[in-house]
Design a binder for this molecule. Sequence first.
Ligand SMILES: Cc1cc2nc3c(=O)[nH]c(=O)nc-3n(C[C@H](O)[C@H](O)[C@H](O)COP(=O)(O)OP(=O)(O)OC[C@H]3O[C@@H](n4cnc5c(N)ncnc54)[C@H](O)[C@@H]3O)c2cc1C
Ligand code: SF4
Length: 510
Amino acid sequence: MTAAPVLRVVLGDQLSPGIAALRDVDPGRDVVLMAEVAEEATHVRHHPQKIVLFLSAMRHFAAELERSGLRVDYVRLDDPGNTGTLGGEVARAVARHGAGSVVTTEAGEWRLAADMRGWERAAGVPVEIREDDRFLCPHAAFAAWAEGRKAFRMEHFYRVMRTRTGILMDGDRPAGGRWNFDAENRRRLPDDVEPPAVPAVEPDAVTGEVIALVRERFPGHFGDLDGFGYAVTRADAEALWERFVVERLPRFGDYQDAMARGRPFLFHAVVAPYLNLGLLDARTMLARVERAWRDGAVPLNAAEGFVRQILGWREYVRGIYWHQGPGYARRNAFGADRALPGFFWSGDTDMACLAECIGDTRRHAYAHHIQRLMVIGNFALLIGADPDAVNRWYLEVYADAVEWVQLPNTHGMALHADGGLLGSKPYAASGRYIQRMSDYCERCRYRPDEAVGPKACPFNALYWRFLARNRDRLAGNPRLAMPYRTLDRFAAARRDALLEQAERFLETLD
Ligand SMILES: Cc1cc2nc3c(=O)[nH]c(=O)nc-3n(C[C@H](O)[C@H](O)[C@H](O)COP(=O)(O)OP(=O)(O)OC[C@H]3O[C@@H](n4cnc5c(N)ncnc54)[C@H](O)[C@@H]3O)c2cc1C
Ligand code: SF4
């Protein structure tokens, strides 16, 4: 008698051949299930390029598995009978194949993890859920690190990860004698430095078909679909990654925080979507970066700056997400409740920095870290935007937006809505910061060096209003002592004028 097949379920962000659910697959017996379901495509109004990326990458991955000899049952979005939910598709597939059990890899977000716990009942067979070991910090290791801590600081976590993994280490010391080269990584882009272009991948027939499907099924979502150029296969993603290492990584560190008109990617890697989907592997990437440094091809400030993002920030925010659980998203430390202004969807604003960053987002489903944090996020923080609305916007508009990484970055880092669990102070800044790090202000109708009057940059008065309003919560923070001293030195008339300026601006948003 032949044994019943095991149904191996692979989700849309688990497109890695070594994914835990496939590790002991028996090609002669088992079936791999992949399903495009409406629930995942529609639970927020994703940018069309993000939907194309996910669906096309899934279809290509299914073909890759088939070529390797596996039997894949692939359910398309428009297949008749598609129940629209993962649980429904698992139950149907168990019945279709007479599967005796289901093996899968843990979901990347709370909502799906809860859904998965109901599969056993829906399908009527045992379901094994395996830990996702593509990450370098297992849940238990993060919990052990977090145990007993009042504050969860990334810098400390990062050092532990460097020591534990040996990445960029010389024995028990950090390579080059320092853990952190951030101070060297804050340059503005000079006029005579032109970042190399990030190559676009020409859509193949599979992607073309998905583009047509997305145009028909998801009209009216924020974002352009023309010019879709993301990689949708492992081979293309790896080729783009290698181009980055050779062409842009050497100056990644220097210009990590810079922003420039018409150059959305600068020296960034543009790999987060591929990492988050599983097309690229974090361990392989970290080893490649270390090798590039040890071979003398990239300076240490670049290598360390990049390693910090993947081994530090990426692992850290994932740890926070799972450690904190869904209650995290319900925190609202500043009681912020303002609706997002309409220009978050149209980009139609006189503030040149926001118009540029939202425009990049619309065109490419991309904006780099500082655009997300110090322009869009900073503005949302200063106007007191409702965290739920902000979180939803970020989840919708970026190709790399998956909740475990998006939420701590938005809710914690950008909005400080978690009350400081993640960041030691809010990333609030005036227009001067944007002026220093970009060329946006040069073409703006506002002036970054004015705070009051018709030409005053709105960020300035909003910044002082934010500090004034949240004095009770923030004034005791030593990292904010200086700005509060400045605020307190202003004459009363100046303070009143700033607050009035801010209030008048806010009225224009409603
Ligand atoms: C408000 C806000 C929202 C964000 N939302 C997302 C999101 O939905 N998905 C996402 O992957 N990243 C998010 N980030 C982190 C970061 O902005 C993106 O990972 C990065 O811009 C992606 O572009 P890149 O691949 O060119 O990154 P690079 O700047 O080249 O960095 C390399 C890699 O490091 C990792 N990384 C860098 N910073 C972070 C970070 N803060 N947290 C986690 N990983 C990081 C990413 O995997 C990234 O691909 C967000 C940051 C902020 C401030
Ligand atoms: S002046 Fe102010 S609003 Fe205009 S681009 Fe600069 S920071 Fe943005």
